[in-house]
Design a protein around this ligand. Structure first.
Ligand code: PRX
Length: 637
């Protein structure tokens, strides 16, 4: 069966085949990769435990697919273009040969520092090529990487390091983001006070901010590379991995408790991210792919590093932010590096839109051929702006729906092949079987319906477990509905069978495309000494998609004033990171609770949205007066 999709008719034919013969379909995709040994069983699964095993018996190393296999014919092709935060600083380009060399070198440095197959390594770095090199070096020697986004606090890092018992940390002295210096090593030092598993810290020089190096623990990246050079053999044979060996852990927020470590494995992840990258973006050789995400999130793992590199693509890695030195930064980068595909987030689009047409003046965007959006629902206004002002109505816009747990894109147009519709992620990729279910878990058939989005059949990139707590994986994703993976998203399927994601149906807020659990923010706010209780909900925000709204009860002797507000914000920054800071804090004397003590968030959500008349049934509340008080916002809102 030819799996190449060149028309919408092909898509339909291949989709039908992928559902009728899923194992044969995935085997066909997997055959396009380099395996040291092929599988004996394509798939073995049950969603009850859950237990999902793809390509059992197969042996591989993902870096041989991302690097070695391109060397002979495409070794001089550019693998990474790096654009620094400051446009005055020189950009860098690494060919596949150079990247391969540097990954091997650093992999040897990791080994020299005691890292072995199966060890877990925490990476907390700025967006520089060495971040991609660190990730690939871990994969090269079979160490499991856990990348933590550079905006998380010391406490969040410590929680993640302790959960995975990381033995080594890779960081930098600091990083640049816009006009800010980020003191990464200092944050790591604070985190490590609580982490006893960490033996070594490798520190890259980036912004030359003063740092304290701890004897016996901390070493410089550059010194370790020199040692490898003097040892004389820069090659590093790739470790042979089982298809189901862990490749990485990535922490993400759920509706309860602390973030969970989503585990992905070597074979299935590789097959899925390479396939989706090539299919969705219809990547052609020599195209420059610019994904604006940070490698600290799944989008960066899958579509800056592994997806593009597995396909021999040129991937553009940007250190800075869209609005510095001005709101024309993305467009300058597109022009400077002749980017052909731009993959970004609705929040960035809305933010840039708010600057009007001025930043676009004089920018030549004619290299662009395809556009993509990810991370949150894209509103029609932003979709049209992206299509008209950036794509000049000449570039298909692919609105890609997926999650940390899915590894890669699940529902999305295929560029130039699937007819698009603003606001719609459109149709599932071949191999993906979405369905909508009602609250009773019954599948809703037909078109023109909405419900909770589930997936009925495994795909190679599906989450395998949550690190150290398999039961949590079961209850979060596989227990809500029998025999289905539950996404946590609400969804509409229109008359054409097109899917439109309407947003989370659980207590997770999507702020600027980043998932934040309301419980996590409440726990952080409650750490503040003056706070008795709090309740956090999301509300519509023009730029961020959703903002964080916190209702807070203070101790009786405390007077709510601006300083208290600032102190609370600081507490949240310290416990989680600045990304989780509430946009609004309303001090209240009570929260709407049922007689059994459950906070009625539905009511709080409506008030946060500005709805005051139609709050639904409030008769089951312990004290309905509380609602009136909150509505009036009288207490220092
Ligand atoms: O609610 C959906 C939203 O982002 C969630 C996944 O977040 P995360 O694991 O952080 O991954 C983000 C990058 C894939 C989903 O449950 N989401 C993601 N993409 C879209 C989306 N919502 C609507 N449309 C999308 N294209």
């Amino acid at each position: 069966m030819n799996l190449e999709i060149t028309s919408f008719k092909d898509y339909k034919r291949i989709y039908d085949y992928s559902i009728a013969e899923p194992e044969k379909f995935w085997e066909g995709i997997a055959d396009t990769y380099y395996w040291r040994k092929k599988w004996h069983t394509v798939l073995e699964w049950n969603f009850k435990d859950p237990s999902i095993k793809w390509f059992q018996g197969a042996k591989l190393n993902i870096t041989e697919n991302c690097l070695d296999r391109h060397l002979e014919k495409e070794g001089d092709r550019t693998a990474i273009i790096w654009e620094p935060n400051d446009p005055e600083e020189h950009y860098r380009k690494l060919t596949y040969k150079e990247l391969h060399f540097k990954v091997c070198q650093f992999a040897n440095a990791l080994k020299n520092n005691g890292t072995k197959k199966g060890d877990c390594i925490c990476i907390y770095m700025p967006m520089v090529p060495e971040l991609a090199i660190a990730v690939l070096a871990c994969a090269r020697i079979g160490a499991v990487h856990s990348v933590v986004f550079g905006g998380f606090s010391a406490q969040s890092i410590a929680d993640r390091i302790n959960d995975a018992q990381c033995s080594l940390v890779i960081t930098a002295d600091g990083g640049f983001r816009g006009n800010k210096d980020i003191p990464l090593k200092n944050v790591i030092d604070d985190a490590l006070v609580q982490c006893h598993s960490v033996q070594k810290v490798i520190v890259l020089t980036r912004n030359r901010t003063p740092v304290s190096m701890i004897k016996g623990r901390d070493v410089w990246w550059e010194d370790e590379i020199k040692k490898v050079e003097t040892q004389g053999n820069p090659a590093c044979l790739a470790e042979e991995m089982d298809a189901e060996d862990e490749l990485f852990i990535l922490y993400t927020s759920g509706s309860t408790g602390k973030p969970k470590g989503v585990v992905h494995t070597c074979g299935g992840y590789m097959v899925y991210v390479g396939y989706t990258f090539k299919t969705v973006f219809q990547y052609q050789p020599d195209e420059v792919f610019f994904c604006t995400a940070d490698i600290g999130w799944i989008t960066g793992h899958s579509y800056i590093v592994y997806g593009p590199l597995s396909q021999g693509a040129t991937t553009l890695l940007f250190e800075g932010i869209p609005t510095w030195p001005d709101a024309g930064r993305f467009w300058d980068i597109v022009e400077k590096h002749q980017a052909n595909i731009l993959y970004t987030a609705p929040t960035a689009i809305r933010s840039l839109m708010s600057f009007g047409d001025e930043p676009l003046k004089g920018k030549n965007l004619s290299s662009l051929k395809k556009l993509g959006s990810v991370g949150e629902p894209i509103n029609e206004e932003a979709w049209h702006w992206f299509d008209e002002k950036i794509g000049k109505k000449n570039c298909p816009v692919v609105d890609t729906w997926w999650q940390t747990e899915t590894s890669g894109i699940m529902i999305s147009p295929i560029a130039r092949i699937t007819p698009t519709k603003p606001g719609y992620a459109t149709l599932p990729l071949p191999g993906i079987q979405p369905c909508l279910v009602d609250e009773n878990g019954k599948e809703i058939e037909g078109n023109g319906v909405s419900g909770n989005l589930c997936i009925k059949f495994p795909w190679p990139g599906i989450i395998r477990t949550t690190y150290g707590d398999h039961e949590r994986c079961r209850t979060a994703y596989f227990a809500t509905y029998e025999n289905m993976y539950f996404t946590g998203d609400g969804c509409l399927r229109d008359e054409d069978g097109y899917y439109r994601i309407t947003g989370r149906v659980d207590d997770v807020i999507n702020v600027s495309g980043h998932r934040i659990g309301t419980a996590e923010v409440e726990n952080a706010i409650n750490m503040h000494a003056d706070v008795i209780e709090s309740a956090v909900v999301g509300y519509p925000h023009d730029i961020k998609g959703q903002g964080i709204y916190a209702y807070v009860i203070l101790g009786s002797s405390i007077h709510a004033h601006d300083l208290t507000r600032k102190n609370i914000l600081q507490t949240v920054s310290r416990i989680i990171g600045a990304i989780a800071k509430p946009d609004k804090i309303q001090f209240v004397s009570g929260l709407p609770k049922t007689r059994s003590g459950k906070i009625m968030r539905r009511i709080l959500r409506k008030i946060a949205e500005g709805e005051t008349s139609n709050l639904g049934d409030t008769s089951t509340l312990l004290d309905p007066n509380v609602v009136e008080e909150i509505k009036s916002g009288s207490l220092f809102s």
